[in-house]
Design a binder for this molecule. Structure first.
Ligand SMILES: [Zn+2]
Ligand SMILES: [Zn+2]
Length: 345
């Protein structure tokens, strides 16, 4: 029998447990250390020990002897010890999972995920499923999503094709889900951009019609970026067009530009915070508000208003340098709290 490691020197007390590995090697260690680090080893030691002073033997199987020695070395060190997990990452993950050593499991999982290659992805996916390692599972899915061709050329993939078709299917499902998540995320990001632009347009409308005598020029100086400048100019032109064309020669509904201007004014009326008698100078604000209250609005419009309001709040939060809650947030919160309360009533 080969003694491949001896941890007796690491503690002043004599080693009192023999850890026997798959190849018959035995490692001398301390019951107190193993029992403190792993509840599973603690139970195994209690089960085989006869009397307090008596030595005992436990079997740690299913991993090469040097991986078991590395595992025990970790149990002797603190979780903060800067040991390399890389050399035995997969075996350490399996051992840490089986013997319930969570801190080592997290480190081994991270080490395996960091060294993941297309060649190892299928084996790593299997390991992740066996060891209940969600971060490694995700890393496999991400890698397969990036380079499925390379994964399909790997020996692990071919082996799974012959012996474990369910594993292949699992990986393909993960790739499919990841693609769908990415598409959903991109769609969401694009729509956030649109809501952000609409929220900016609402802020420009407020400034254009602020009624403080500065009007268009104040708005122009507030439009900082080139994109802001474009939104501002488009709005100005649209509002001037509505003033010149709307209701004079044709009905506003018949002119697409007037229709667009009216939709923006309607959106303004929906998000306008000036409650409690404070006057609003944006054209048609009170008329459109009254009309919407009288006729009601559809679900889609309500959702649009909600998303634009949220984008407004987010933009106010992002631009607010002080810790104080911005006025727009307070107003929006008050508005939504009161509308919720009236719905509940
Ligand atoms: Zn028009
Ligand atoms: Zn208004």
């Amino acid at each position: 029998m080969v003694f491949c490691a001896d941890f007796a020197a690491l503690r002043p007390s004599p080693a009192d447990v023999r850890v026997v590995t798959s190849d018959g090697s035995a490692i001398r260690a301390h019951c107190s250390v193993l029992a403190a680090a792993s509840p599973v080893l603690e139970r195994m030691i209690e089960g085989t020990r006869r009397g307090w002073d008596a030595g005992c033997t436990v079997h740690v199987l299913g991993a090469p002897a040097d991986a078991v020695a590395a595992f025990l070395r970790f149990l002797y060190s603190s979780p903060r010890a800067e040991d390399a997990v890389g050399a035995h990452g997969a075996a350490l993950l399996a051992l840490a999972h089986a013997y319930r050593v969570p801190w080592l499991k997290r480190r081994a999982e991270a080490a395996v995920a960091a060294r993941l290659t297309a060649e190892r992805a299928v084996d790593a996916l299997k390991l992740a499923a066996l060891c209940d390692a969600p971060r490694l599972y995700l890393a496999c899915a991400r890698l397969a999503g990036k380079d499925l061709d390379a994964v399909e050329r790997s020996e692990g993939w071919r082996f799974a094709g012959r012996h474990d078709a369910a594993l292949q299917l699992n990986l393909l499902q993960l790739v499919h889900d990841a693609h769908q998540r990415k598409e959903r995320w991109e769609r969401e990001r694009a729509s956030q951009h649109v809501y952000g632009q609409l929220s900016d347009a609402m802020a420009f409308l407020d400034r254009i019609f602020a009624g403080d005598g500065e009007g268009w020029s104040a708005c122009a100086s507030a439009a900082s970026s080139r994109e802001d400048g474009g939104v501002r100019r488009g709005l100005e032109q649209l509002m001037r067009h509505l003033a010149a064309c709307g209701g004079r020669t044709r009905k506003p509904a018949a002119c697409p530009r007037c229709r667009r201007a009216l939709q923006l004014l309607r959106l303004h009326a929906s998000v306008c915070d000036r409650a409690g008698g404070e006057p609003c100078n944006v054209p048609l604000c009170s008329n459109l508000k009254a009309k919407m209250q009288e006729e009601g609005v559809g679900k889609t419009w309500k959702l649009l208003v909600k998303k634009v309001t949220r984008a407004r709040v987010m933009s106010a939060l992002a631009s607010s340098s002080s810790r104080e809650v911005p006025e727009v947030v307070k107003k929006s919160w008050a508005k939504y709290s009161s509308s919720r309360a009236s719905r509940i009533r």
